[in-house]
Design a protein around this ligand. Structure first.
Ligand code: DUT
Ligand code: MG
Length: 240
């Protein structure tokens, strides 16, 4: 079967093997398929750790994580990671063409698939402005991209695998508000459940669910309107 991408956390607690204290405490939330989930919180709050549990990069110590109602610990790891696109916080590009960089990890991707992913990631228009287009070489001997262009390229790399769930770890920090909104709308259009770690209120405004983490605990969750009404910390972030 193919995933719908409804993710559920039930009382999830997580601790890295080499640390004394848990970094996530009793996290519970539920997403609907194809929706946008924004994760906010100060540095060290546990945002990267939380999304890493979804493709089972780590195992939680307590609680259950489900996708479409199925406990992910019962799912084949390869299938799980094939269905989940992960754009890590650290961008990795190598010396090679744009085409090779997008297809990294899925070398059998066709040019059409690469272009489709680049369009979704809002980077196609930039790429075709280079004289060599998708054959443009990146790196020391080639073109240097801006921070936001690099972010969109790595998002395209995740999308070429046609994931049902996409994890964006701070991957839109360098995008302007309008480009980010176009990206989120494109992901909605293909019904890709998107987890967006962000520090920007502009990205949470259109999220269906906002998770606000503080010291590993879920301080608040809800829509922008709900958090503005109920959550003092969110109000402070909004006003700052
Ligand atoms: N931590 C570890 N081991 C690791 C990674 C993180 O002990 O391999 C700790 C550091 C921190 C907590 O887990 O106290 C949460 O880290 P995480 O990276 O999840 O925080 P973040 O919210 O993603 O922070 P940032 O905004 O700086 O990326
Ligand atoms: Mg992080």
């Amino acid at each position: 079967y193919t995933m719908n991408g409804a993710v559920t956390f039930e009382h999830v607690t997580f601790q890295y093997p080499d640390t004394a204290a848990a970094v996530l405490h009793d996290i519970s939330f539920e997403t609907k398929p194809g929706t946008t989930v924004a994760i906010m919180g100060a540095t060290g709050a546990g945002k990267t750790s939380l999304v890493g549990l979804i493709p089972r990069l780590y195992e939680q110590n307590a609680g259950v994580i489900k996708i479409d109602g199925t406990d992910i610990s019962t799912l084949n790891t390869e299938y799980l990671r094939d269905s989940i696109g992960y754009v890590p916080q650290e961008i990795i590009l190598f010396t090679g063409t744009i085409r090779e960089n997008i297809a990294w990890g899925k070398e059998d991707a066709t040019l059409d698939e690469i272009i489709e992913a680049a369009k979704l990631a809002q980077i196609h228009d930039t790429i075709i402005q280079f004289p060599l287009g998708y054959d443009t070489i990146l790196g020391q001997k080639g073109v240097n991209l801006s921070g936001g262009q690099k972010q969109r390229l790595t998002i395209a790399r995740a999308l070429v695998r046609k994931p049902c769930i996409l994890l964006l770890d701070d991957s839109t920090s360098a995008l302007d508000v309008r480009t980010e909104a176009s990206l989120l709308q494109a992901l909605r259009n293909i019904s890709c459940t998107t987890f967006l770690i962000t520090q920007k209120i502009s990205s949470t405004l259109h999220a269906d669910l906002i998770l606000l983490l503080e010291d590993g605990s879920l301080l608040a969750q809800g829509s922008h309107e709900e958090l503005i009404a109920d959550c003092a910390l969110y109000q402070r972030i909004y006003e700052s």
